[in-house]
Design a protein around this ligand. Structure first.
Ligand code: ATP
Length: 266
């Protein structure tokens, strides 16, 4: 498939925030409002999305990836109304998404899988082979590029998932639990990659690992029960932890302190 690059794609960005949510509501299942009146603005950089189990992180990531349509409020992504069906196709070309549980054809090689995802995002055909090679190299899978997915370890598979998410150099990159299964060395390399990606795009990383957020993120977003609890610098999260709380590090104590004070204020 040959696709022309459109004038819209070449137009300089004029939006102030790659992600802008106002009183956003997103359902999980038929009835449960897992994101419930969320106000959020995210700029260029790496945003660590933290929150306890069930806080609504995955549901929010699904809405940001345009997989789930919001049931209320406003959601503007890369200057485009993400609740408007007609805008979704060009928007999706500029997104990258690693879901928490991602599907794949086990008989595909890493290269075939990343190529296929590039094709689904309607990348220009001639750009795909080079982009795939770059993405595979960036996640450290060059020597396994021609291995079938079914032969990879859990951590390698997740890195293949990250490669497909970044293959189109997305302006908005969404990574749900990307470090699950990565060994310590790979996690350190991944943090470096995150910082590189966040220099030019808006990267949202959902995780339970507070230390990953402190090491690699420029901004922390803390959610609970579908709402924004706190947003600020990793250094400020750490500072909260110096005043008490439970946890093994100052950042973890900051996390538990902020959650506890939010819950007691309700
Ligand atoms: N299909 C569903 N039907 C009904 N409720 C759901 C469904 N999926 C999720 N939920 C509920 O929505 C809430 C938010 O779930 P979500 O998976 O977004 O949270 P999370 O912050 O990603 O959690 P975790 O850290 O455990 O991954 C939870 O209370 C969950 O039980």
């Amino acid at each position: 498939m040959v696709r022309m690059v459109t004038a819209t794609e070449l137009r300089p960005d004029t939006y102030a925030w790659p992600v802008e949510a106002e009183r956003l509501e997103v359902k999980a299942g038929r009835r449960h409002l897992a994101v419930n009146g969320l106000d959020l603005r995210l700029g260029t950089g790496v945003h660590g999305l933290l929150g306890p189990n069930g806080a609504g992180k995955t549901t929010l990531m699904r809405a940001l990836s345009t997989v789930h349509r919001p049931s209320g409020g406003r959601l503007t992504l890369l200057g485009t109304d993400a609740t408007e069906s007609r805008s979704l196709r060009p928007l999706r070309r500029r997104l990258g998404y690693l879901p928490q549980h991602f599907g794949f054809y086990p008989r595909f090689t890493v290269r075939e899988y990343v190529e296929y995802m590039a094709w689904l995002r309607e990348m220009p055909k001639a750009a795909i082979p080079g982009a795939v090679q770059r993405a595979v190299e960036r996640v450290g899978l060059t020597d396994r590029a021609d291995s079938r997915l079914k032969s990879l370890s859990g951590g390698m598979l997740r890195r293949a998932g990250i490669a497909q998410a970044i293959v189109n150099d997305p302006a908005l990159l969404l990574l749900d639990e990307p470090t699950v299964g990565l060994d310590p060395e790979q996690r350190v390399d991944f943090r470096t990659l995150l910082r590189e990606l966040g220099a030019e795009s808006c990267v949202v990383v959902s995780t339970h690992l507070v230390e990953d957020v402190v090491a690699a993120c420029s901004n922390v977003v803390l959610m609970d029960q579908g709402k924004l609890v706190w947003q600020g610098l990793p250094a400020d999260l750490t500072r909260f932890g110096e005043q008490g709380g439970t946890g093994d590090s100052a950042a973890e104590r900051g996390y538990t302190t902020l959650l506890a004070s939010h819950r007691s204020a309700k």
